[in-house]
Design a protein. Structure first.
Length: 324
């Protein structure tokens, strides 16, 4: 079975419950539900649901919330053998507010989260060396934003070593301005990731935030990876891959959009799963759009298991055996 290493951070999620503010709590008050989430963790869960072997690389504390996270990931089929635990540390926290159109706004408290230390621990070298045992390494720009410059350099060096042995690197831009000290730093890190990546999953929204006013063609020309998925503001993806280009449109929505959280994360999971199963980039993008179109019809990042689409079988693809 093909294997994927997802690197990133999972945080405690607070989401305002439907029904408005509680009495005496003002316009912004009300009840909040608690769960867990993070972009690469969402992708890892959807990969596991799509029958891909996936391990999550992160750091958690030794608290009860971290214990709950581990239990939830195991229940979803996500591997936790690469999760480190730090005594006295805690996971980060974020809150989501969603408007009437399903668009969301995030508020984060993560400056001292355990996950930020992944690239600077005694166990880091062993973790990074294990990347070469996976078929795919997947991470996002949010992942890169939580590490300092030496940590990012350490991670990129490990990815380059793994690629020499056949591991593919998939980079998802998922740009969040507040995670970076300034846009110049973000542009430099993105350029490094584009050069190292085998597959880049990006969007006009992400790249226009870094390069305002550029055309789609100009934005795509900045990306050196051999395989590129460029999502437009409408539900359309422009593909570039060895031997061709293509445009893939999502099927028209038949249900109302409830919450766009994890649309890109689920697209990434379906795309990677399809490519690992032998699908070509066009088929993979179609699978990505199908899953994302389902996800946005439900509240929260992770939809109920029964709502998952049936898995489409593709021709078998060669895989590498992950080290036990």
């Amino acid at each position: 079975m093909a294997s994927v290493a997802c690197i990133g951070e999972c945080m405690v999620e607070l989401r305002q419950a439907q029904g408005g503010a509680s009495a005496g709590q003002g316009q912004g008050g009300g009840l909040y539900s608690r769960s867990f989430g993070g972009d690469t963790l969402n992708t890892a869960i959807y990969l596991a649901r799509l029958e891909v072997k996936v391990d999550y690389f992160t750091v958690l504390g030794d608290d009860a919330l971290s214990d709950e996270m581990i239990a939830a990931w195991i229940a979803e089929g996500v591997g936790t053998r690469r999760v480190l635990r730090l005594p006295g540390k805690l996971p980060g926290l974020y809150m989501i507010q969603t408007d009437a159109k399903g668009e969301r706004q995030f508020f984060h408290w993560r400056d001292n989260s355990a996950a930020r230390q992944l690239m600077s621990l005694p166990e880091t070298d062993e973790l990074l060396n294990s990347l070469m045992s996976y078929d795919v390494v997947y991470l996002s720009a949010i992942t890169l934003s939580i590490y300092d410059a030496p940590g990012r350099d350490r991670l990129f060096a490990a990815i380059r070593r793994a690629r020499l042995l056949g591991t593919r690197f998939v980079f998802d831009t998922n740009f969040r301005a507040r995670g970076w000290p300034d846009r110049d730093v973000a542009r430099e890190v993105f350029a490094t990731a584009f050069t190292a990546a085998d597959i880049v999953l990006t969007s006009a929204e992400d790249l226009l935030a870094l390069h305002p006013g550029e055309s789609n063609e100009q934005l795509m020309a900045r990306i050196a990876s051999p395989e590129l998925v460029f999502r437009l503001t409408e539900p359309v993806s422009l593909l570039r891959f060895p031997g061709g280009t293509s445009e893939v449109r999502a099927e028209p929505m038949t249900k109302p959009v409830v919450d766009t959280t994890a649309a890109g994360d689920s697209f990434a999971a379906a795309y990677i799963a399809a490519r690992l199963a032998g699908a070509d980039p066009v088929e993979a993008a179609q699978a990505g759009h199908r899953l994302a179109s389902l996800v946005i019809c439900y509240p929260g990042a992770i939809i109920p298991g029964y709502a998952m689409p049936p898995k489409k079988r593709h021709r078998p693809a060669a895989s590498r055996q992950a080290t036990k």
